[in-house]
Design a protein. Structure first.
Length: 296
């Protein structure tokens, strides 16, 4: 290990419980545990997940997420930013693993992985702790199946300033490697709620929210809805089956995004993006600084 990297970490670690280890073998038990995090049953059991890439790890720390393990390649260790993240990991009692490229590839499960990965504790917000006010927007997804769709929706919800994403029923895991990758760090910025269909309907009955269902048979144009009068919940259907009949029957209104052409429907993430930016149209402003000087 380089003197600088080690020195920084040791200094920050003085008197604390964190450690720095070098790992090169795939049969190392810690490496086996990290590789197991690619499987949902191990994520569920441990309550942990992996986030890949320097930006994601730095964003997570900036947003107050606690890092359990930092894994970095030898190539990455010289970087000042990486040394700072390693120092923080140790200072928080976490483990820093300096790994061979083979180990990093095996844990990330791809050929050209990022040289830095963090292991974090999963977080879900309880539905009864989700407080929404008029003018605020929540996305609710009925049985979303595709990790890429879910990651894109979490990222888009964050970008549009939504309050939370509710996952209804059996869904793909928001903390899988693919979903976390697709969120581009937004998994750390926006609360995720898990709820059964029954719990969601009970919350709808109690809370003063306006549930806008999106449906291929919706009779209202999505551009005609008062999204700001009450807290708005944009309810999106499953990729294959759309919204369940029970959810659709309990919506306050059913809207459709007009289409032309031959496509039967829009991709779920695209439809959610359109709904979000319509619902939040009046709340989103370009700041003076970001205005393009070439556009008059
Ligand atoms: N075969 C499904 C059906 O008939 O509902 C199509 C599902 S579509 C791929 C996934 C979800 O995206 C829908 O349930 C709905 O929430 C949303 N969606 C897609 N296109 C839409 C549109 N034109 N208007 C409203 N919602 C739409």
């Amino acid at each position: 290990m380089s003197q600088d990297f080690h020195g920084t970490v040791k200094a920050a670690a003085a008197g604390r419980v964190g450690q720095v280890k070098e790992v090169t073998s795939l049969s190392n038990p810690v490496v086996k545990d990290l590789r197991a995090l690619s499987q949902k049953k191990h994520r569920d059991r441990s309550g942990l997940f992996l986030a890949e890439g320097q930006k994601l790890v730095i964003d997570a720390l900036a947003l107050g997420w606690r890092i359990r393990t930092l894994l970095c390649s030898r190539a990455a260790r010289e970087k000042k930013d990486v040394a700072a993240v390693a120092a923080r990991t140790v200072a928080e009692g976490g483990l820093v693993l300096e790994a061979s490229e083979k180990v990093v590839r095996a844990i990330a499960r791809r050929d050209n992985p990022q040289q830095l990965m963090g292991v974090f504790e999963q977080r879900f917000l309880a539905l009864d702790k989700l407080a929404v006010a008029p003018g605020e927007t929540v996305v609710a997804l009925d049985r979303v199946r595709d990790p890429g769709n879910l990651g894109t929706i979490i990222r888009t919800a964050d970008a549009a300033g939504a309050k939370a994403v509710i996952l209804i029923g059996e869904t793909t895991d928001p903390f899988s490697l693919e979903t976390v990758r697709a969120t581009m760090g937004s998994i750390f910025a926006i609360p995720v709620v898990q709820a059964s269909q029954e719990a969601f309907l009970a919350w709808h009955r109690q809370d003063q929210v306006f549930v806008i269902g999106t449906h291929m048979a919706g009779s209202l144009d999505y551009r005609t809805i008062p999204y700001r009068d009450k807290p708005a919940v944009l309810l999106m259907g499953n990729e294959q089956a759309g919204l369940s009949d029970l959810l659709a029957d309990n919506c306050d209104c059913l809207v459709r995004i007009p289409q032309s052409g031959r496509a039967d429907s829009l991709n779920l993430a695209v439809a959610t993006g359109l709904m979000l930016f319509e619902a939040r149209r009046e709340m989103l402003r370009l700041e003076e600084m970001t205005r393009n000087p070439l556009v008059r």
